[in-house]
Ligand binder design. Structure first.
Ligand SMILES: Cc1ncc(COP(=O)(O)O)c(C=O)c1O
Length: 469
């Protein structure tokens, strides 16, 4: 069956409908779908046929199209007594609700201002298609691969870090996996881990899942406060810090040069490790290059360095790297191998082919200028709507704005009401390891074309004006 872009849009829309409804529910008629989706009958029917083939819906001649009822295992019904599971599973584990919310798939047409990745319009789609085609011709693609990853890819990450040798790099299926392994490998359940407050929700979830206790260390516009960091190490006895020195997610803060030296010194004195999450290295928006990684100043094996490729290429290219030295490297390698042996060769080869493509640097340049325009437009719209105090500093890199909401406005309530209007927001409180000192939103400026920014903020403003009524 020939599927074009419009049919894909129809399919995506229908998948959203199916996900939100029970089996047996009737789908809107072809005519109604034509109206909703502004598509012709052939496009709608091609989309419906695809989902019939996938077994997700069934066409009943003369009656319409219905959501299929998935077969359940023999004897298991919604009335089956599963209480034994409650007994077997025991006490609750740390939840990752905030992360699940970020990772959930938006309805087609929704404005995903909560996104942590590039929208399709900015992804390196054409380059990835070329890279995948070349990768498929590589020998040994389907064989077993080394747990540490392809030598060529490790060499690329090592050179790009400016601090590590290829043998110190381990390739991971995204840096979320790298963080999860690092928290498990470098600390024991019950240990504290110091984190910036606020910090990346995925890191908080991974640390908690490893049985660690994230302890907040406040930041200001220049990143982590060294005075408080030293005190936190002293008071907690922690041996691990997770930090994003460059364009931190969610605030965009950059640790100043002086503070980089101070943080490293404090970490060394505490005989501790610091996980440097360098997720936004490819997104400097006001300078040619991001500041050198903390790792480039570390002579003692204290820095565990993490860098992602999914962020600057496309979320589906789940490739990242983690670097370490000494016994920490051995422990990390072991933790990664236990998880999934190795990252599939095809994905690693695609990453290599992408990074050596002559057009890759051009993609990054174009991307940065598009992101700069999006940041400026959304920041102007935010300030017009909420005042300059909502966004006193423009982030000099990254993908997000960290917006302080007016006094008395709940981040949760606003996000919930915006969601009903198909605007997805990330409530600020999820990004704090403890209580949030004020109400914030993390907004992805990458998600909106510059010309759409004023309209989106006006919609949020009118939701606020009606106080969610
Ligand atoms: C700060 C930070 N670190 C790590 C990750 C994980 O990214 P990935 O697993 O796609 O490399 C994210 C994703 O949102 C992030 O924001």
């Amino acid at each position: 069956m020939k599927i074009n872009n419009s049919s894909e849009r129809v399919i995506q829309y229908l998948r959203g409908l199916i996900a939100g409804q029970k089996g047996g529910s009737r789908l809107p008629s072809v005519r109604a779908l034509m109206g909703t989706l502004h598509a012709g009958p052939a496009t709608i029917e091609a989309g419906l046929r695809r989902l019939v083939e996938e077994g997700l819906i069934e066409a009943r001649p003369g009656q319409g199209t219905f959501i299929a009822t998935p077969p359940s295992a023999p004897g298991v019904t919604s009335a089956t007594d599963l209480d034994w599971q409650t007994m077997a599973l025991g006490p609750a584990r740390p939840t990752a609700d905030a992360l699940a919310e970020l990772a959930s798939m938006p309805n087609p047409g929704a404005l995903a201002l909560n996104a942590g990745y590039l929208p399709e319009a900015l992804q390196a789609t054409a380059l990835l298609t070329g890279a995948a085609t070349r990768a498929l011709r590589r020998p040994g693609l389907w064989s077993r691969h080394a747990p540490e990853g392809l030598e060529t890819l490790r060499t690329w990450f090592a050179t790009a870090s400016g601090a590590f040798q290829p043998h110190e790099i381990t390739i991971c299926p995204g840096t979320q996996a790298a963080l999860a392994a690092a928290f498990r490998a470098l600390a024991a359940p019950g240990d504290p881990v110091l984190v910036e407050s606020p910090t990346y929700v995925g890191a908080l979830a991974a640390a908690r899942a490893a049985g660690l206790y994230p302890l907040p260390v406040p930041i200001d516009a220049d990143g982590l406060r060294p005075d408080l960091l030293a005190e936190a190490f002293r008071a907690s006895g922690a041996r691990l810090l997770y930090c994003q020195p460059t364009y931190a997610n969610p605030t965009g803060a950059v640790l100043t040069t002086d503070r980089r030296a101070a943080v490293l010194q404090i970490v060394q004195r505490a005989q501790a490790f610091v996980i440097e999450d360098d997720w936004a290295r490819d997104f400097p928006l006001d300078t040619e290059a991001a500041p050198a990684p903390l790792a480039t100043h570390d002579a003692g094996g204290h820095v565990i360095y993490v860098r992602s490729l999914t962020k600057c290429a496309a979320p589906g290219l789940r490739i990242g790297a983690i670097a370490a030295r000494g016994a920490a490297l051995e422990r990390l390698r072991a933790a990664r191998m236990i998880d999934d042996f190795f990252v599939p060769g095809l994905l690693q080869e695609i990453a290599v082919q992408l990074l050596i493509a002559p057009a890759w640097p051009r993609h990054l340049r174009t991307l940065r200028s598009a992101l700069r325009a999006r940041r400026d437009a959304l920041a102007a719209a935010v300030r017009a709507q909420f005042g300059i105090q909502s966004l006193p500093h423009l982030p000099s890199g990254g993908l997000h704005l960290w917006v302080r909401l007016p006094e008395g406005v709940s981040d949760l309530a606003l996000s919930e009401h915006a969601r009903r209007a198909d605007i997805l927001l990330s409530p600020g409180r999820h990004w704090f390891p403890a209580e949030a000192p004020a109400s914030y939103l993390r907004l992805s400026f990458a998600a909106i074309a510059p010309e759409a920014a004023p309209g989106v903020m006006a919609r949020l403003g009118s939701l606020l004006a009606h106080r969610f009524s």
